[in-house]
Structures are given as C-alpha cells and as structure tokens.
Design a protein around this ligand. Structure first.
Ligand code: GDP
Length: 236
C-alpha cells in the first residue's frame, strides 16, 4: 500500500525509497522546467533588449525589419511578447497599465520586435494622450522599416472607440496587420469559435486576418511566431 511507507517503522526502511519514486504516480509528471517549444521559431533565437525610445524616428543600428505590437492597455501585450519568445521576464506584465510612453525595441537578431505603448488608458490626461498619439501615429505612418503590425484585442470585449480609432490609423498606414485575439483561455472551448467570428465580424476582418491566442494556455503562440518570422521576410 502506498501510504504505508510514510508512517511508522516502514518509513525508515526500503519502503521510503519506494514512496519517493511513487510521487510521480501520485501527483502527475515530475517537476521539470518547460524547455523551448521546437515548433516556435522564436524560442531558439537569441534576443536582446535594445532600448526604450521616445522618438518615432529613432535610428537603430543595424537597420532591420520591424514588427510592431499594439493594443489597448491591459490587453495582454507584455504577456504575449514573453510567451512568443519563451522568456517570461522579458516584457513587464503590469498590474497598473498605461505607464509606458516609449517604444521598446528587442532584437532577434535578424529583425526587431517593437513594443508600442498601450492605448486607451482611462486615467491618462489630455497631454499624455496627445503625446501618445504623436508618437504612435508618427511611428505607424513614417517608419520605413516597419514590416508588419500585430494588433491585439481582448477576445471577450467588443472593440472600444479607441480600438476603432486604431483600426483607422492602421488602415491608413497601409502596412500588413494581423489581428490577434488575446486571452482565449477565458472562454470555453465550445464558445471560442463563435465569439471569434463575432469579433472578427464586428471589425470587418476575414479569418486569415486573425489569430486566436492565449499566453496562459499557449494556444496559437507558435502559429503567431511563424507568421511574424514570415512577415519579417525570413523563412522559419
Ligand atoms: P498589457 O498591459 O497589454 O501589457 O497586458 P499584460 O500582459 O500586463 O496583462 C494584463 C493582465 O492580463 C495581467 O493580469 C495578465 O496576467 C493577464 N493576462 C495576459 N494574458 C493573458 C492570457 O492569455 N490569459 C489570461 N487568463 N490572462 C492574461
């Protein structure tokens, strides 16, 4: 009997060894750190934080294609970036959103991921909003190395006025955009497809323009990584 080895005399005999071996059977697989996901082309690359910049025209050296990430504050952008590259501490997952007003550059090494500040932060004042708009509009409109934009939307919510503003700005920019629906784990598996269709329809998007993701369950993460590598102009 399994429990017998943990009490009384038997615990100090050979049975103790057997009970340690049995831990796996009792409590699931042994404790191991998850390694890189071989199906994710971003997990095996070295990544380097280049810097945070307040200027849409900042020159980074070397000049390489850029893939930008944008979405409403709290949409799950930092969590998604961390899941994509398989480094949990890379981008800061915030309890208090809206603090970043800088462009964060990560080199990977053949292209950059650019974390744009989140929009729609309720407590942001007029001046902060104007500064935000100048930075992001400038980046989306004028950045010649911008190869693609990953636009994040929380799958549970209808697009906000800020989301629709952003959609206009993205369309005007003329860049390739992939809409990523985040936090898919918050829905039931059976409810997910209908909700994804509903949100895609509200945004006028076709199925090939969206990707469902969850940073928690890792749904869609390696697929998104593959799309990013392709958009950056590389084979994975
Ligand atoms: P950001 O402000 O867009 O960078 O969002 P964060 O990555 O900081 O996430 C905001 C909140 O949403 C945090 O509490 C995260 O733990 C949570 N979150 C982010 N991604 C997911 C996800 O895929 N599933 C769930 N359930 N929660 C998430």
């Amino acid at each position: 009997m399994r429990g017998a080895g943990r009490t009384g005399k038997a615990g100090r005999t050979g049975k103790a060894r057997r009970s340690a071996e049995d831990v796996g059977a009792d409590r699931g697989p042994p404790f191991v750190q998850p390694g890189p996901d071989p199906s994710n082309p971003l997990h095996t690359r070295p990544i380097e934080f280049v810097g945070s910049f307040p200027d849409a025209l900042v020159r980074v050296d070397p000049a390489l294609p850029e893939i930008a990430f944008i979405g409403r504050s709290n949409v799950g952008k930092s969590s998604l970036l961390n899941a994509l590259v398989g480094r949990p501490g890379l981008a800061r997952v915030s309890g208090s959103p809206g603090k970043t007003t800088l462009l964060n550059f990560y080199r990977l090494p053949e292209f950059y991921l650019v974390d744009l500040p989140g929009y729609g932060f309720a407590r942001a004042g007029k001046g902060a909003r104007a500064g935000y708009r100048k930075l992001v509009t400038g980046y989306l409109r004028t950045r010649s190395s911008l190869a693609g934009i990953v636009w994040l939307l929380d799958i549970r919510h209808q697009p906000s006025a800020d989301d629709l503003d952003m959609q206009k700005l993205l369309a005007e920019s003329g860049r390739p955009v992939l809409a990523v629906f985040t936090k898919a784990d918050k829905l039931t598996r059976s409810g997910l497809p209908a909700r994804a269709n509903e949100l895609a329809e509200a945004l006028g998007l076709q199925p090939d323009q969206i990707q469902l993701t969850s940073s928690q369950s890792k749904l869609g993460i390696s697929e998104l990584a593959t799309s990013i590598v392709a958009a950056a102009g590389e084979d994975s």
